[in-house]
Structures are given as C-alpha cells and as structure tokens.
Write a new protein. Sequence first.
Length: 133
Amino acid sequence: MTPGDYSYPMKKSAYSLVLVLILMVGTSSLARPRQDNSVYAVGNGVSEPVIVKHVQPTYTQEARDARVQGDVVLEAVVTTEGAGSEIKVVRSLGHGLDESATNALSQWRFKPGSKDGQPVNVRIEVKMSFTSR
C-alpha cells in the first residue's frame, strides 16, 4: 500500500461530511418559516387581523363616580400568533379606564393579518367606548 491509498477514502468521507452538513443546514431553514419581525399597516396586500376573542373592558368605579364618558384609543401590534402586543394609549380618559382598556385588549385574540398568504405582524388602532348608564 502506498500513502495515496489511504488519502482517497479520507477525502471522500470528509466531502461526504461536508455535504451532509450543507444538506442539514439547508433543510433546517426550509423546515422553519422565516422569522420576519417587520410590522405592516393594513392595505397594499396586507389583510386586517380578525378578532376571534373579544374581552370587554370594565368601567371603573372612579370613572362612574366622576361620570367620565368617551373613548380610549389604543394602538397595538397583532403578532403572527394572533396576540396583541406593544399596546399603547393614543387617547386617554384617565380614571383607570386606560388601564382597563389596555388589559382588555391584551386578552383579545385574532386571526393574524397576512401578506402574500403568510401571517405577518400588523399595527392596528382600537377604540374602546365608555358610557355611563
């Protein structure tokens, strides 16, 4: 046997190992959907999320006593999993109603918005009305 007799099988197995690793890396990225953290606005091919679970905010006693009425406007991102995140108060009423509206929205669930048939993060605006009875 010459030294060259041993080098061929070694090279072949090294190439096989590299090929297997390339295939594993390539197929693992295909098996997992690409994570896109972009946040889209509704329109231009982006569909609006659809509410599947709605929770009413509570009218606080403090707001009742002060006879506060009006709208709390919230902005949120509906994630690809259908949950509201990054909830912010855009228009406030105070008297605990902002917190009540935020808490209610955090419990809502959605069918996520989509773009090109794939779920995407979508920014929405929600108006919650409070009236005394």
